[in-house]
Design a protein around this ligand. Structure first.
Ligand code: FES
Ligand code: FES
Length: 155
């Protein structure tokens, strides 16, 4: 069965006739063509597919597209501010926190969600916010350091 839905992603509305079982992740990648959001485990466990949905971080692989009908989504492509990278993106580059880069979009969105609600989080709060995100490359230190550097940049 098909459903007509519309989802606002990074400020632009995307319309689609989607099957009931299509996930928000599939809608973002296949219907909107925004492939920055990664498909990892597709089981809600790795965090690679994290986006903001109405301002809250969600794992888009376990949300149905129909459940997101009418919602506002922010993906990694929407992080930059005009011509400038978001401070989190800048600091990830500076510290080498993105290696293979597969986890990076989800980490960046988790970092943004944290800084949106708490502009001066402690190290523990940073680790807690990133805690459910798996990275096979960096050992997490450079990622948490990047968030600390971004906090200074934003100040
Ligand atoms: S791809 Fe969604 S949590 Fe892993
Ligand atoms: S940078 Fe490779 S999985 Fe995190």
């Amino acid at each position: 069965m098909k459903h007509s839905i519309k989802i606002r992603i990074n400020g632009q509305w995307y319309l689609g006739d989607v099957e009931t079982g299509m996930t928000l992740l599939q809608f973002i990648r296949d219907e909107a063509g925004l492939t920055g959001t990664k498909a990892g485990c597709e089981n809600g466990e790795c965090g690679a597919c994290t986006v903001l949905m109405d301002g809250k971080p969600v794992r888009s692989c376990i949300i149905l597209a129909v459940e997101a009908d009418g919602s506002e989504i922010l993906t990694v492509e929407g992080l930059r501010e005009g011509d400038k990278l978001h401070p989190l993106q800048q600091s990830f580059i500076e510290t080498g926190a993105a290696q293979c880069g597969f986890c990076t979009p989800g980490m960046l969105i988790a970092g943004k969600a944290l800084l949106d609600k708490n502009s001066n989080p402690s190290k523990e709060e940073i680790m807690e916010a990133l805690g459910g995100h798996l990275c096979r490359c960096t050992g997490y230190k450079s990622i948490s350091k990047s968030v600390e550097i971004a906090i200074d940049k934003i100040k």
